[in-house]
Design a protein around this ligand. Structure first.
Ligand code: C2E
Ligand code: SIN
Ligand code: SIN
Ligand code: FE
Ligand code: FE
Length: 753
């Protein structure tokens, strides 16, 4: 063992002191004695004991010196010990385990010391942790090779920093961060490695959770395109539950619609043949069946989770089914549109704990997407339905003008009534003004034939009440009020459930009654009743014409007015959805007609121009709100969808015979004179004149209105824009006429004050 330099010096100093003292003694002791003791006899005596004196004095000096030095050393040792103890107790409560490894001559590494807190961190005692191969045996087998390689780097570079999985003594798996540093204490001793272990399991798991959520969300966004673009409710619904299972890992998912009567209709299920949702009969009212997560999600408008279905099934009887289908936890998410809940997405898993915070967020996102897509599809279908309704009206109208035979006309009308209103049977009763009796003239959909001449007095039976009181009658369950009907037997055998009747009123007079019958109890909405009334109005006109003016050439102005009013109604609804300035469609229609007239289009053509202009952006019904109302610029993908709106309009309007001549504007209003427009890139006079005119007017009105993505432009700036683009975007001839019309308008308005 090598003595520290400090101690060597100390030893030298003591020996030096002894040498000095002994030298001085040899040189001067005799002379000093002679000088002190002049008497030779006594001097001889003293000479004898001089050696003893020397030994005595040096021993005393040595004793004093050593004692002093050792005292210093002892106090130093004590101070060091105290520090070491403090360090040790500090290390034992530290969250980080410290250890020391020795590097042998042959490069092998062996542990020499580990802090006591290894027990708190890894469950092993320090002694166990120092045993042979302990570390390697407890590193996760998959991480072993890499952990060894990375640790060995400390020998080359002087430090290493690695993470690996490690088994705690209790068998649980931890994430450990290990940092190593190579230390050379002196040139002569072997190098040592000091190292630390810290438990970073929580941090790693947090990161993994965040990464997993991110992955789920991006998988969802990748796949949700079909959902966002789906224009059919059933498609959108199917896509939603598919994503819930296939992308987000649920075992079962279903979408339910909240019905006004508290019931929930299962719209779609995934996997598609899964029987469970049809077996449970969930509701959303206060009944026990409304107390599951689905009912509560709809009532409270917030997501609901049941972590363990078996201990808290909404209805105890469902327990067995849940076990049979291995459904152990579920969550329900409300589907809302503009603040109104219209249904819920309910998902199940076989892993309890499945609905952690991240998953709930992700499913919530899916529910938002689904709600937007479903609402969009509903609007689109509604538009389709309205278009179908208008062609139904048109067909009845044509039947009226083409036929003088009222019975034939009514058959056509009833066909439309049953298909458009989706009812099982319909009956028209005519009022004989002289006898005040109602008599069935035409009926459709009855399994048994109605008694040839059903005759009711006004005020008798529901139909008679409708005529007498001039108001619609609705009966939710015919069987309960069967006594009110004279032909009770017949209605009973038909199995009818719902009933509705409206009086046929033309020119202020009751002409008869239209009644409809449904076998299945279906909820009938506002829109259904509105259209029921419209059809009745149409039939009333037919009856009126046939009975009173049979021999006269019929003018169908009334009818045309009826459905042109309907078109105007929708056009206002379309503007509302686009958040366009109030009256955009009406304004562009008026201005377009003015220019078209000035450019010599015939009155007959103008009828179609007018309808086309009113419906010009009907195709935007197929563009999701998120794109239509986006406050900023559109991405390429969003543009691709936005630019489909003329084509969508074409597809929607084409099947409607009577709107076909009005297609030019909806289909071609984004074509440009130089051929750079869409959807077909038509050029110059290939673009129908009506569309060329409309393009100028639409841009004029669009630029002067606020849009979600920019504020309105001034008149001057807009006019400059239009002039600048004559010959590229716009037909220069149209721009000329347009400017003239605008100038005249401005003069007129300024002369009017
Ligand atoms: P829209 O708002 O009815 O605009 C009709 C047409 O007016 C546009 O057809 C364009 O030719 C013209 N226009 C409207 N605003 C501007 C403008 O700020 N600058 C210029 N130079 N022209 C304008 P376009 O471009 O084919 O767009 C069709 C529809 O696409 C627009 O109908 C609007 O609904 C939507 N859209 C266009 N740009 C954006 C945008 O940046 N953000 C959003 N969210 N929607 C946009
Ligand atoms: C529900 O969501 O209300 C149904 C709960 C269940 O399936 O147990
Ligand atoms: C009807 O109202 O048309 C059916 C006849 C009846 O009231 O029993
Ligand atoms: Fe448009
Ligand atoms: Fe427009």
């Amino acid at each position: 063992m090598k003595l520290p330099v400090r101690f060597q010096k100390e030893a030298l100093r003591i020996s030096g002191l002894y040498l000095l003292f002994a030298g001085l003694w040899i040189l001067f002791s005799d002379r000093l004695l002679e000088w002190l003791v002049p008497d030779p006899d006594r001097l001889a005596l003293f000479q004898t004991y001089k050696g003893w004196g020397f030994v005595l004095v040096t021993a005393l000096l040595l004793y004093l010196t050593l004692r002093m030095r050792l005292e210093t050393l002892e106090s130093e040792r004590e101070a060091r010990l105290e520090t070491a103890q403090r360090l040790e107790s500090y290390l034992s409560v530290s969250p980080v385990v410290n250890f020391v490894l020795r590097v042998e001559q042959d490069g092998r590494v062996s542990p020499v010391w580990v802090s006591e807190n290894v027990h708190a961190l890894l469950g092993f005692t320090a002694e166990e942790a120092l045993s042979y191969d302990w570390w390697l045996r407890h590193v996760h087998p998959e991480d072993r090779q890499k952990a060894i390689e990375q640790s060995n780097r400390v020998l080359e570079t002087g430090c290493a920093d690695l993470t690996y999985r490690f088994f705690h003594k209790d068998g649980s798996l931890l994430w450990i961060r290990q940092q190593l540093r190579l230390i050379h204490r002196s040139e002569h001793s072997l190098p040592e490695i000091i190292g630390t272990w810290s438990n970073i399991t929580e941090r790693v798991e947090d990161q993994q959770r965040i990464r997993r959520q991110f992955e789920m969300l991006s998988a969802l966004t990748d796949q949700a395109r079909a959902l966002a673009e789906s224009l059919e409710i059933q498609n959108a619904a199917q896509e939603t539950v598919r994503l819930a299972c296939e992308v987000l890992g649920a075992r079962l998912a279903w979408l339910g619609r909240a019905e006004p009567d508290g019931n929930i209709t299962v719209l779609t299920v995934y996997p598609p043949d899964h029987p469970y949702p049809h077996q449970i009969g969930v509701r959303w009212d206060d009944s026990p069946y409304g107390n599951g997560p689905t009912g509560r999600a709809i009532r409270t408008k917030t997501a609901q989770v049941i972590p363990d279905l078996l201990s808290q099934p909404a209805i105890p009887e469902w327990r067995e089914l849940l076990i049979r289908h291995e459904l152990y936890t579920n969550a329900a998410f409300p589907l809302t549109s503009r603040g109104r809940v219209f249904g819920a997405l309910t998902v199940y898993s076989d892993q309890t704990g499945f609905f952690d915070e991240e998953r709930l967020h992700t499913f919530q996102t899916l529910a938002y997407l689904a709600a937007a897509a479903l609402e969009n599809a509903r609007l689109f279908e509604q538009t389709h339905q309205r278009l179908e309704q208008i062609s139904a009206l048109r067909e009845i109208d044509q039947a009226i003008s083409n036929s003088l035979d009222l019975a034939l006309t009514l058959r056509v009308a009833l066909k439309q009534v049953t298909t458009q209103l989706k009812v099982d049977a319909a009956n028209v009763l005519l009022l004989d003004p002289r006898t005040q009796q109602l008599e069935s003239l035409a009926s459709l959909g009855f399994a048994s034939s109605l008694p040839d001449r059903v005759k009711l007095r006004v005020g008798e039976a529901p139909a008679g009440h409708a005529a007498k009181e001039r108001r619609p009658i609705f009966i939710a369950d015919i069987q309960k009020e069967i006594h009110a009907f004279p032909c009770a037997d017949l209605l009973q055998s038909e199995g009818f459930n719902r009933y509705a009747a409206v009086p046929l009123i033309a020119k202020g007079q009751v002409k008869g009654v239209l009644e409809v019958f449904l076998r299945q109890p279906r909820s009938l909405d506002r829109e259904w009743f509105d259209f029921f009334q419209t059809l009745a109005g149409q039939i009333a006109i037919a009856v009126d014409n046939a009975t009173l003016f049979q021999e006269l050439q019929r003018s169908n102005t009334d009818l045309i007015l009826a459905y042109d009013e309907t078109i105007e109604g929708w056009s206002r609804a379309l503007d509302l959805r686009d958040r366009e300035t109030e009256g955009h469609s009406r304004r562009v229609t008026e201005l377009t007609l003015k220019i078209a007239r000035a450019m010599g289009m015939s009155e007959e053509q103008l009828v179609h121009v007018r309808r086309g202009a009113l419906l010009h952006d009907i195709g935007k019904m197929g563009v999701p709100d998120a794109i239509l109302l986006k406050p900023g610029a559109l991405t390429d993908e969003e543009w691709r969808i936005m630019r489909q709106h003329p084509t969508l309009a074409f597809q929607m309007l084409l099947p409607i015979q009577y709107l076909r001549p009005a297609l030019d504007i909806p289909y071609c209003h984004h074509e440009k004179w130089d051929g750079t427009g869409y959807p077909r890139g038509l050029k110059g006079e290939q673009i129908p004149l009506a569309a060329r005119i409309f393009a100028v007017v639409d841009v004029w009105d669009a630029l002067r209105s606020d849009r979600p993505y920019r504020p309105a432009w001034s008149v001057e700036r807009t006019l400059a824009f239009i002039q600048e683009h004559a010959g590229t975007h716009f037909d220069p001839r149209v721009v000329e006429v347009f400017l003239q019309v605008i100038r005249e308008e401005q003069e007129r308005s300024s002369s009017n004050g």
